[in-house]
Ligand binder design. Sequence first.
Ligand SMILES: [Mn+2]
Length: 498
Amino acid sequence: MKKDLDRLLEIADSAAGRISDWIEANDPIFLTSHLDADGLTAAGIMASALTRRNTPFHLRIVRQLDQVYLNEIAKDDSQRFIFCDLGSGQLPLIEDALGSSEIVILDHHPPGKEDVPSHIRQVNPHEYGFDATYEISGAGVSYLVARHLGGSNGDLAGLAVVGALGDIQDRGKQHDFVGLNKEIIIEDAIASGVVDRSIDMRIFGRETRPIHIALQYSSDPYIPGISNDPEGALNFLADLGIELREDEQWRTIASLAKEEKRKLNSELVTYMLKHNIPPREAQSLVGVVFTMVQEEKGSYLRDARMFSTLLNSTGRSNQGGIGVAICMGDRKNMLRKAETILKEYREQLALGLQWLTDDPEAIQKLQLIQTFHAKDRIPDTIVGSIAGMALNARILDWSKPVIAFVYSRDGRVKVSGRTIRRIVEAGADLGKAMKEASAEIGSGSEGGGHNIAAGATIPRGQEDQFLKIIQRILRKQLGRMKEVTSQPEESANEETIK
Ligand SMILES: [Mn+2]
């Protein structure tokens, strides 16, 4: 399908028109969004736009849209619903549960084939030829609508940048954006004076943390012997002869002299190559960074990627309301609470990684995939993050998608699938695989998501069957793939640190 930006913007405009009608009629509005960073920023964008129009609303943050939840909100006073960063994949469920209520869906997940009845207005870039898996996020779609809801909502594009990074849409050269994120979202965010784009070392806390701490926290890229290793990080820096303090103050990566920064970067790349990190990963140390220029230096919110990590931790800890409050401008209590949540969340991730490191037998290698079952060992909301980090950290084998299981709080099994871009480029689509496999398992199962990261929920006891089906689907998807090997990437014409 040819990309049709005019039609996408037209439908976004008409969705804004419908919401404006609700606002003017004083209809109570019920907003539902997803618990990850993209969903929370999407909620923050809509909630800010409604608040700026003095419109009260209900807000719920959910892990997934299911029958139980929809039946529950069907009983609410408000019969005007907005769904952000979810809904397109659950259209039949929504129609069933909410009858003829007026509904706006702002989503970027691949929609089903169903016809959309007129009481539902769906804004989904997939319908107009865009691949919204990487071109624009749920927050971005919400922004396209929000900017028509009031005169001065351009600043909300900053949140859409954070949301897109949360969904790992920085898939252009040097981790830049592509498509609508590049053409509209980042443009508006820069024009509104909320975001700055530059080339720098992509290390969290480069402006805020002592250098050795920043290195030690680096998980993308993962630096063996330095990430998660305080002593390793200190030794590496000592060998380089970089002074860690100046006048009793810890220095940061940002405060390094140009020559020092260049040296740190090139020595890190050399070190990573020596430790068998593929060139593409090692070179990804330098890339596009997005700075939230209105946030205080030293704040978690200053680096847009860090901002999204902070939000994600609130959602994954079932406290997404705190994340939305931060998106809406709270820089006091809620921010402090979120910082505590992030710390605990990090500890849980580290524990999960430690388990996989200490107990390699927990990881079962099958022909096309690898799998582990965390049972009750880790919270069901973070199993996907652990699987993704374990891939980055090479605790898991890069050449095979990982399918991870954990017992979910509702008595079923939560499944998370993660892979790397190279496998997707070879034809794998975990979102489709999860959806098809869940359908085949049948009642009590649902699944879907993106090609590179997807999830499902299935009944207990069906794990082995699920793995079998997933492998069969992947075999078909990867049919033309011979072998996935690591190959050096071209690196010509890349921008360098200024
Ligand atoms: Mn999303």
